[in-house]
Write a protein that binds this ligand. Structure first.
Ligand code: SF4
Ligand code: SF4
Length: 202
């Protein structure tokens, strides 16, 4: 019976003179490891609003809603990090590989869940013929830049890029209210359906 008591006494004395194992948080900020998976953060310069991250989010911490009737039409990606499980799927499947990154921010507790909501807005590109949603304007420009000279085979991408540089504003082809395709549609930004119809009929 005496031996275990002596061992405990030895452990207690050793503990008094050893360094602390606990942190002094919240008095001092807690440093997390470099590869810690904390709050995912969007990078507005590199996110094109494609929505790929929304599709792979297992908890619906990321959701997406399109507003084609707004002026201008917009896509809103809503991020609710109170339901995020920090799995990293969004980062791993990001189209541009730089649009969203898990930061090392971990002290996210709050008494108001509304504070955990962030909205990210992107202007939508609608089909100039039928009004269907094609994608975000940033996504079309990103595709143009990614394809390089190959983009010259796709007038919609060229026009989207010109639009972004404000080159095409003056030269917009006026719309005629006719249901079928017309030759001028070759120089309009079209959805895949209208483009297909145009290529087959003309
Ligand atoms: S880390 Fe996982 S749960 Fe959190 S937003 Fe990204 S995909 Fe969704
Ligand atoms: S996948 Fe990447 S580029 Fe696309 S919306 Fe998500 S963060 Fe942005």
């Amino acid at each position: 019976m005496k031996l275990p008591k002596l061992r405990e006494l030895k452990e207690a004395v050793a503990a008094v003179f050893s360094p602390r194992f606990t942190t002094r948080f919240p008095k001092e900020p807690c440093k997390v490891p470099e590869r810690y998976r904390g709050k995912p953060e969007f990078d507005p310069d590199n996110c094109i609003g494609c929505g790929a991250c929304v599709n792979v989010c297992p908890t619906e911490a990321l959701t997406m809603t399109d507003y084609p009737d707004a002026h201008p039409p917009v896509r809103v990606i809503k991020q609710c990090y109170d339901t995020c499980i920090f799995c990293g799927n969004c980062q791993d499947n990001c189209t541009t590989e730089k649009g969203i990154k898990l930061s090392n921010k971990w002290d996210l507790a709050t008494l108001d869940r509304n504070q955990t909501i962030e909205n990210h807005e992107y202007e939508l590109q609608l089909c100039e013929k039928c009004g269907a949603i094609i994608g975000t304007k940033k996504h079309l420009v990103w595709l143009y830049e990614r394809l390089g000279p190959l983009a010259y085979t796709n007038p919609s991408l060229l026009l989207a890029k010109s639009d972004s540089l404000a080159l095409a504003q003056q030269s917009k082809i006026p719309h005629r209210d006719q249901p079928g395709p017309e030759t001028a549609d070759f120089m309009r930004i079209l959805c895949p359906n209208c483009k297909c119809e145009l290529n087959i009929r003309l």
